[in-house]
Design a protein around this ligand. Structure first.
Ligand SMILES: Nc1ncnc2c1ncn2[C@@H]1O[C@H](COP(=O)(O)OP(=O)(O)OP(=O)(O)O)[C@@H](O)[C@H]1O
Length: 579
């Protein structure tokens, strides 16, 4: 678990020298600002009340000095604004990259619980104002602390009792700021959670836009969206209420301070304890003490946005990937493909029911094994334990005799190819999608893989051949075409172990036979586990394993299982009748 404070400051490290130069500049600029009321005081108290024949000459001299100071101050402010913001944005961008990379390592069990849209919101919205926090946070503290302490000391030297009276008001402001900042933090956190829900709703509706339109479900989606959007509005209203209360209480106290200074200052003038020039100086410096507080006050929503964004960032960063390579994990350069499940039990959630219980199965290198059984019996779950999409709750899964938890995760997954029923293609070209199987592959190798997957001909018929854009999730392709691209991807990967999970189930007869031909070719010489509902497609499997809710019910070849006249024979007869 990272310490939040240490983690927060660690992002300054790569930019430390630039950031210190910004802080130094900020310090100088604030010091210069303090000189102006002192110069006004000098003019009103010393120059204008002294020898008037030389006064104008001296005033021009001070005016020239002021111009030089203004120039230095503005150049300094430009540097602080520009450089500071760039540094803040860089840190924000570093954090965004770190969060995305961290999410890549989180296990599927994490994604089972979270909504994609909410996670997107954490990467985009939540981090947006962190740059302001990183840049303005320390820099404003330096700037305003210099101004505040400097003004306090000068005022104290002019009139100590009045300064202390004013300071009492400031401590009250300070306490008020702490209280309201806590309140803002709460409401802003709620805002972020609710905008994340709005995002999740948008993502869900738009990803399923085909289902929405086919069910004419636009109104339902609009209603669901409105519900989330309204909840966001309610929490925004609470934030605005807190902000308005905060700002206006502050302004009231600040006005009270000014009135106190005018009243007490005037009384002091009447009693000859203060002169007019001192009162003017006092009022100018009070402005210096008030300005930092006003500014921090107006900035506080932005800063709080940054703080809550950081807190939500830490919630994810602190999640330790439960499935990762051990230190000194074994890297397998070559895999024979022997898979063994030893007394494997599994359940998805800690409190949930077991999906698999003490299951044992050994698959020989190069063997073609079909898994069949009723829906929900755990076939997909069993296969997902091999590439460690999930870890067995009990027992051991091994590859070539090595417990998969001892193997380097990258090297383990490199040796396993998975073809699913629900193909996922990325927005991009055909070429880019096939290359996903092996980033180092040449164009020729990609074309060869496409030929093996029976995809080459249809790809050439696309408007731009291999350079054709296939749209989000491959919408511009048919189901069979998408499946053949996903098979080409696995051909290119060339893994010794293959898992085919209902790869042809959603295809029509013609597409199925083309895809089946490519799958048969793909399976050649590899250890293959096939999950199939259509039993006709696995008749030739070397071994058929029948999985039921109670575990492995029977196994053997198609003919031996029919002869056994058990679960398989019953499933087969049912399908045969239906056909
Ligand atoms: N990600 C998940 N989180 C929680 N439970 C799950 C998850 N995936 C599957 N399950 C549950 O685990 C059980 C086994 O599911 P699994 O998908 O492995 O079965 P299957 O035999 O492959 O089914 P089918 O043939 O219908 O695909 C089911 O009861 C299912 O509800």
């Amino acid at each position: 678990m990272h310490s939040p404070v240490r983690k927060f400051f660690s992002y300054y490290k790569p930019y430390l020298s630039s950031f210190l130069s910004v802080l130094a500049c900020s310090f100088i600029v604030s010091g210069i600002a303090l000189a102006f009321p002192a110069l006004v005081r000098y003019i009103t108290k010393n120059v204008l009340q002294g020898d008037l024949s030389t006064a104008l000459h001296e005033v021009y001299g001070i005016g020239a000095l002021m111009l030089v100071l203004v120039a230095i101050q503005n150049i300094g402010n430009y540097y602080v604004d520009y450089k500071g913001h760039v540094i803040g944005s860089r840190m924000e961008s570093d954090m965004r990259s770190e969060l995305f990379a961290h999410m890549q390592k989180l296990p599927l069990s994490f994604y089972d619980q979270e909504k994609t849209g909410s996670l997107m919101s954490r990467i985009t919205n939540d981090l947006l104002l962190l740059s302001e926090l990183y840049h303005h946070g320390p820099e404003d503290y330096v700037k305003y602390l210099v101004r505040f302490i400097g003004a306090f000391m000068i005022l104290f030297s002019i009139n100590a009792p009045l300064t202390i009276a004013v300071f009492c008001f400031f401590s009250f402001l300070f306490l008020l700021a702490i209280y309201f900042n806590k309140m803002l933090n709460r409401t802003i956190r709620k805002n972020k959670e609710r905008i994340a829900s709005v995002n999740a709703q948008v993502e869900d509706s738009l990803s399923g836009i085909r289902v929405v339109q086919s069910f004419a479900g636009g109104d339902v989606e609009i209603e669901k969206f409105k519900r989330e959007n309204d909840r966001f509005l309610v929490s925004r209203k609470a934030t605005h209420k807190a902000e308005a209360l905060f700002y206006n209480s502050f302004e009231t106290i600040i006005q009270l301070i000014t009135i106190t200074v005018i009243l007490f200052g005037s009384a002091n003038i009447v009693h000859h304890a203060l002169d007019l020039a001192d009162l003017i100086t006092f009022l100018l410096y009070i402005g210096f003490m008030i300005e930092p507080i006003q500014r921090l006050n107006h900035m506080s929503t932005q800063l709080q946005e940054g703080i809550t964004g950081f807190q939500r960032f830490m919630e994810i960063i602190n999640l330790k990937p439960s499935i990762e390579s051990k230190t000194n994990a074994i890297v397998l350069p070559k895999v024979q493909g022997e898979i063994e499940f030893k007394q494997v039990s599994f359940r998805y959630e800690e409190q949930g029911d077991s999906v698999l219980s003490k299951l044992s199965l050994r698959i020989r290198p190069g063997e073609y094994v079909a898994l069949v059984g009723p829906s929900g019996s755990g076939k997909t779950t069993l296969c997902s334990l091999v590439p460690r999409f999930y870890d067995a709750t009990d027992g051991e899964v091994s590859l070539d005799g090595f417990d998969v938890r001892e193997l380097d995760l990258h090297s383990l997954r490199k040796h396993i190819g998975v073809v699913l029923q629900d193909v996922y293609l990325f927005a991009g070209t055909v070429m880019e999608n096939i290359r996903y199987g092996n980033e180092a592959a040449s164009d020729e190798e990609i074309i060869a893989a496409a030929k093996l997957a029976n995809a080459h001909d249809f790809i050439l018929n696309l408007p731009n051949g291999y350079r054709s854009e296939i749209g989000q999730r491959g919408v511009k392709l048919s189901g069979g075409q998408k499946q053949r691209l996903s098979i080409a991807r696995v051909f290119l990967k060339n893994p010794p172990v293959l898992i085919l999970d209902e790869a042809t189930s959603s295809l029509d007869n013609e597409s199925e036979s083309i895809v089946q031909a490519s799958l048969d070719l793909l399976a050649r010489g590899r250890t293959t586990i096939v999950i199939a509902h259509r039993l006709s497609t696995i008749r030739n499997a070397q071994r058929i394993v029948v999985l039921t809710e109670d575990g492995i019910a029977e196994q053997g070849t198609h003919d031996s299982l029919l002869a056994l006249d058990g679960t398989y024979a019953m499933l087969y007869a049912k399908q045969f009748e239906a056909q």
